[in-house]
Design a binder for this molecule. Structure first.
Ligand code: G3P
Length: 227
């Protein structure tokens, strides 16, 4: 399962890109707006941080297919590199997905809440579908179960479309979508740190340090080897 950063916070993206094995960054209009900065500069900065090879998913702000495609072409040219246009699952959105694919623009279908929305987007050529896990859980609709059925359905029907699970609040949600076969998740920078934190890990590292220093003092292995 691939990990992406769901954020437009430059410091958060920098940290995730430096320390975690991320495959890309995803944004949406809410995330972009929360950065309260120049839109074009923000996109340039994100691309500079992650480089051309990692995925950058940017959502359209248009609602009509022709306008969505126009924005997709402009964004692709501006953002460059490994670019995906995120398109919400509406009738105009579906039309735009097919049109974007015909123009060679990679597509992520977003705001997915049901299995049939995901199937329809896949048939329209979407490369990824993004179901919203926490928002489903909040209406007692079981986001993990939705992901499980989308994965199963894509496998049964031989569809190459991948699941990019989004909208997470807990590590348990991330773990559970991994266990039902989600191909990728997009999570906020804080959740990256929480996913790898464990007090017993810190306890083990402290014990390694103290056992070592009882014998070798302040010298690290590298210091001794380079003497
Ligand atoms: O990319 C979609 C995702 O960011 C939605 O997350 O936390 O607003 O439900 P959230």
């Amino acid at each position: 399962m691939l990990f992406m950063v769901d954020s437009a916070d430059i410091q958060g993206i920098k940290k995730c890109n430096e320390f975690f094995p991320i495959s890309g960054v995803t944004t949406n209009p809410t995330i972009i707006s929360s950065a309260k900065s120049d839109f074009k500069q923000l996109l340039r900065d994100i691309r500079d941080i992650i480089g051309d090879d990692k995925m950058l998913h940017v959502q359209t702000t248009a609602c009509v297919a022709d306008d969505i495609v126009r924005e997709a072409e402009l964004l692709r040219d501006f953002v460059g590199g490994n670019f995906y246009i995120k398109i919400p699952i509406t009738e105009e959105g579906l039309k735009a997905m097919s049109m974007c694919k015909a123009r060679g623009i990679k597509v992520t279908a977003t705001a997915i809440f049901t299995q049939q929305q995901a199937l329809m987007a896949a048939r329209a050529g979407a490369d990824f579908v993004a179901p919203y896990i926490n928002r489903l859980d909040n209406i007692i609709s079981d986001g993990v179960h939705v992901v499980e059925e989308i994965v199963k359905m894509f496998n049964m029907q031989g569809l190459k479309t991948k699941v990019l699970a989004a909208s997470f609040k807990t590590c348990e949600q991330v773990h559970k979508v991994a266990m039902v076969g989600a191909h990728s998740v997009t999570i906020n920078p804080d959740l990256f740190s929480t996913l790898i934190y464990h007090p017993l890990t810190m306890y083990a590292i402290d014990a390694f340090d103290s056992d070592w220093s009882m014998v070798y003092g302040n010298k690290k292995a590298g210091d001794i080897l380079s003497e």
